[in-house]
Design a protein around this ligand. Structure first.
Ligand SMILES: Cc1cc2nc3c(=O)[nH]c(=O)nc-3n(C[C@H](O)[C@H](O)[C@H](O)COP(=O)(O)O)c2cc1C
Length: 226
């Protein structure tokens, strides 16, 4: 079903972690990125930078990351914390529920740590996607500019849905910033934020279909009018 409204694109977008073998048309991807230039940013600063990896370069990143993981997992110093240390509820509980829903879709029970770890490691294969996009920005950018990166990312993700493609944002890659930056030729004075796996969604995969409910509106939004 073609996407004909913003509401449809927002509702249809979800993280895609299983892709078909079909390659992504370069011109289509360029059109998406061209359109995403229209994303808003404070002061129209447009702090987003991205490096798109395909083909041999993508394979090289996967291979070199695999080598680091095998040799010395956790050897690279992340440039930021993915989550605040000791994330309290309700945020912690939401994170846990997301993980459980994902492992459930894969049929991996809590006690099967090996298969759970293998599922997490698929992050470093870009979930089999034919395109891996790396998002980065100069180190001196602050929190408002990082928020702008998020707005740009969501714009890209919605346009990908409209184009019949799927994606999954991936902070997981931030665990291996040195390898990502070396292979992606990302400037030293940039901080690497996240990856974005891009490809044609495998629409039959349970991993692309599990429910991932959101908190009721009243938990996050207040209206004050007195
Ligand atoms: C900035 C960002 C980073 C993310 N990093 C990862 C990741 O490393 N691995 C992963 O499997 N999902 C990752 N996700 C996907 C989230 O888990 C997902 O967006 C959330 O659970 C909501 O589900 P949905 O995208 O399917 O609606 C990330 C999402 C965002 C926005």
């Amino acid at each position: 079903m073609p996407i004909t409204s913003v509401s449809e694109a927002v509702a249809a977008r979800r993280s895609i972690r299983m892709f078909t073998e079909e390659p992504v048309d370069r011109a289509l991807l360029e059109t998406v990125l061209e359109k995403a230039r229209q994303a808003p940013s404070g002061g129209n600063v447009q702090p987003w930078h991205a490096t798109v990896l395909t083909g041999a370069r993508l394979e090289r990143l996967k291979q070199e990351t695999r080598a680091v993981m095998m040799r010395a997992p956790g050897a690279e110093a992340p440039e930021y914390d993915i989550y605040p240390p000791d994330l309290p509820d309700p945020w912690r509980a939401r994170r846990g529920a997301n993980g459980e829903a994902m492992y459930n879709a894969l049929g991996i029970p809590r006690e099967d740590k090996g298969r759970r770890m293998a599922a997490v490691a698929r992050n470093f294969e870009f979930f089999g996607a034919p395109v891996g996009l790396l998002v980065h920005t100069p180190h001196f950018m602050g929190k408002p500019q990082w928020a702008d990166l998020g707005m740009w990312l969501q714009t890209v993700m919605l346009l990908l849905v409209e184009a019949g493609l799927g994606s999954c944002a991936q902070e997981a890659w931030s665990v291996y910033p040195q390898t990502v930056k070396r292979v992606g030729e990302i400037p030293d004075d940039h901080v690497f934020f996240c990856g974005l796996a891009i490809g044609h969604p495998d629409r039959t995969a349970g991993l692309n279909q599990f429910p991932n409910p959101r908190a009721p509106l009243a938990e996050t939004i207040r209206f004050l009018d007195d």
